[in-house]
Design a protein around this ligand. Structure first.
Ligand SMILES: Nc1nc2c(ncn2[C@@H]2O[C@H](COP(=O)(O)OP(=O)(O)OP(=O)(O)O)[C@@H](O)[C@H]2O)c(=O)[nH]1
Ligand SMILES: [Mg+2]
Length: 428
């Protein structure tokens, strides 16, 4: 199918937003258009209005609502997507005036997440967020949010109509469902957090990849796993789509000098990420909150990358991630002209996740940041204590080996704990 044919089968929508002089307004409308595309719809018309604050009843001013109604009538487009989250009555009022289905930014993002969720945990998290979003909206466009979409190829929202009565649930049922889903999620999360505690105990440092959606987190993870994974061929899902990955995956990496760390890939961010989603995904995002180091992956080739970085910082703040050292990885440098990579700028790196030299440079930075408690010593180990040499070969970085008449002389970089343990062999 050619692109144009594909576009013809996509659900056409109008996107509409209020410009309250926020300098990032144009960017947020662009982002909204990308979210629309991610939900298999296509923006056919764009309507904006300069207004300091939204009208309490109709979001837009009266004249603009009329203009929107006229546009809907002329174009026969069935969906209007707004750039902000609206109140239930605002949605109702615009729907009444335009006869179109109004979906706000939050509803749209929830829909994309619902389509993308694969693991049980992600599905539960999204389901809870959707039900919470729906509670105050019971009498409005509830079935837009309730319909389980059939798959990523489904075009746009399932429209209202025939299924409406079937889908009518009362508030109590929804509340009961939320409670039930939360219990299920908690059961899964409990085992997750136990696993996390066990890892912490093992003292293995953890590094989390964070950043805007589609910036290349999973590609970076897969590259590093290919190079340093421990027989873990398992690659995470990477794709040119928003919110490709909703699950946190953790992989163990061992570097040639035996140093080991855990790398996690986390859900991507977008601006105005719905509050309910953030709270639902808190457990998933805990991986970032408990990391020793964050690598913020940025799509350097995107002209909006500065806004995306601001969005990432804001979201991290919202989910309570603070005080963790962060390195910025300016990714996709291969897509840019005249940019030399890998190139290091302080602790940050301009790189490409598809380039091995880049990934090695990234590993160098990670090493400097997380392996701070290592020391280099000369150790003279009597031949009788051969098991110590074996241990160090497996758990430390041997820089040189000499066989003297008194035993094996090693120049070795080892963990502080091991240094204390083998201090009696020190020869320096
Ligand atoms: N040219 C180029 N493309 C890249 C690079 N890194 C990632 N990509 C592409 O960018 C797209 C998104 O990459 P992902 O790794 O899935 O991005 P992500 O940050 O995990 O995205 P989400 O899971 O959606 O948050 C994919 O099509 C990748 O192949 C790079 O260094 N260069
Ligand atoms: Mg990903």
């Amino acid at each position: 199918m050619t692109t144009t044919e594909e576009e013809n089968t996509l659900q056409p929508v109008i996107i509409a937003g209020l410009d309250n002089n926020d300098p990032s307004f144009a960017y947020s409308m662009e982002e909204l258009a990308n979210l629309v595309a991610a939900n298999n719809m296509v923006v056919q018309e764009t309507l904006t209005q300069k207004l300091d604050r939204p009208n309490a009843g109709t979001y837009f001013g009266k004249g603009k609502v009329e203009e929107l109604a006229q546009l809907v009538a002329e174009t026969d487009i069935k969906f209007v997507i707004t750039n902000d989250e609206l109140s239930p009555s605002q949605i109702r009022n615009i729907e009444a005036a335009t006869k179109a289905t109004v979906v706000d930014r939050t509803g749209l993002i929830l829909d994309i997440f619902a389509n993308r969720a694969r693991s049980k945990e992600a599905k539960l998290q999204v389901a809870i967020a959707r039900l919470k979003y729906q509670l105050p909206r019971l009498r409005t466009s509830m079935n837009v949010c309730l319909d389980q979409q059939t798959g990523a190829t489904g075009s746009g929202f399932t429209s209202r109509g025939s299924g409406e009565s079937k889908l009518e649930m009362d508030r109590r049922t929804i509340e009961k469902n939320i409670a039930h889903l939360k219990e299920e999620l908690e059961a899964i999360s409990k085992s997750e957090s136990t696993r996390r505690v066990q890892r912490d105990k093992a003292g293995i440092p953890t590094v989390a990849l964070v950043g805007y959606t589609n910036s290349g987190k999973s590609t970076t993870m897969n590259g590093l796993v290919r190079m340093f994974g421990e027989g873990e061929e398992k690659q995470v899902f990477e794709k040119n789509m928003l919110f490709a990955t909703l699950d946190t995956s953790v992989r163990s990496l061992t570097l040639p000098d035996q140093k080991q760390f855990l790398l996690s890939d986390t859900v991507g961010f977008v601006s105005k990420l719905p509050h309910n989603l953030v709270s639902s995904f808190r457990q998933t995002l805990a991986e970032a909150a408990q990391a020793d180091l964050l690598i913020q992956v940025v799509d350097y080739s995107d002209p909006n990358h500065k806004e995306m970085m601001a969005t990432t910082e804001k979201t991290l703040h919202e989910i309570g991630v603070k005080g963790i050292p962060m390195v910025i990885g300016y990714n996709k440098a291969d897509k840019m002209e005249d940019v030399v990579f890998p190139s290091r700028e302080g602790d940050n790196l301009v790189y490409s996740a598809r380039d091995e030299a880049s990934l090695l440079a990234l590993v160098d930075i990670i090493k400097e940041k997380i392996f701070t408690d290592y020391e280099i010593h000369d150790l003279l180990i009597p031949f009788n204590d051969g098991q110590v040499v074996t241990y160090l070969n497996e758990n430390a970085h041997i820089l040189s080996t000499d066989y003297t008449e008194n035993g094996t002389l090693l120049n070795v970089e080892l963990h502080t704990a091991d240094a204390a343990r083998f201090a009696k062999y020190f020869a320096d």
